[in-house]
Design a protein around this ligand. Sequence first.
Ligand code: UDP
Ligand code: MG
Length: 316
Amino acid sequence: MKLSLVVPCYNEEGNVEAFYAEVTRVFAENGVADYEFVFVNDGSRDQTYRKLKGLFAEHPESAIKVVSFSRNFGKESAIYAGLQKSSGDLVCLIDADLQQRPEVVVEMLRHMAEDEELDCVTAYQAARKENKLISSVKSAFYKIINKISDVEFVNGASDFRLLKRSMVDAILQMTEFHRFSKGLFSYVGFNTKYIPYEVMERESGESKWNVRSLFKYALEGIFAFSTMPLKLATIVGFFCSFCSLLYLLVVLVQKLAFGINVPGYATLVILVLLLGGIQLFALGVLGEYISKMYVQVKNRPIYILKDYLSHDEKDQ
Ligand code: UDP
Ligand code: MG
């Protein structure tokens, strides 16, 4: 069975050549012969594209495809483009920075071969090598999103996975603009096996993630895979109306039964602040969904192609 390696690359000039060399070495040692590389240059600002073009020219014996975007569209778009251009019966998504070892791909292939019922093998980080705080915030995120969403999210499961063609085709049918791969993989269903793996240190360059982008990514996930925040506005609104009715009742009883006058301005200030805040919050939540719909309705492409190199006859 032919394997396609889909490799998103953003500013990976120091890694792509080492990545190519490592994969070819490890695959040769393990008897993996029928495979292609689909490198996606996601608008890198360094020499990544030149290095990829070099690999393409220097190794006509290897099946290499290079997709290049007109600007940086993000890893999710790069994955989409890579899946589109892949031709293997099996497709593996793998980072270019050698944090995800090719040996693990060989292991994934073994699992896939052993059980024909499997459609996907996903690697998850056995032990996270990161800040304790970030780690616990991530765990909290997974707890929340699993509560409020219908699809299942597995903590620590990465995009590092091996997919069968049927699952790839299903993912490609999801043409939404705001892509949250972890959710899309669960949404399409199929049989997935999770295997632990150890994340290596980055070969060269630095991670594109920071606290801000992680937070943004978490919100993307929630808004893309749950409508609970919309319902939250209804629930909070209902709760507040109920409380204010109760309060009105108490005031009325005090006034009618005991003749006590409740000072009006304190009540007013509290009510205005509380209700104003809740209304703004609800509006904000609505705004999030509307802005996503707005972008989707414009139906802009998930990525814009600038160059495409391939020796594949189908591409000629
Ligand atoms: N990446 C990409 N587009 C981006 C950001 C990242 O294609 O806008 C690629 C990057 O080149 C790498 C992979 O996605 O191959 C994972 O990125 P990174 O190593 O920064 O993430 P981490 O491993 O720290 O989670
Ligand atoms: Mg990385």
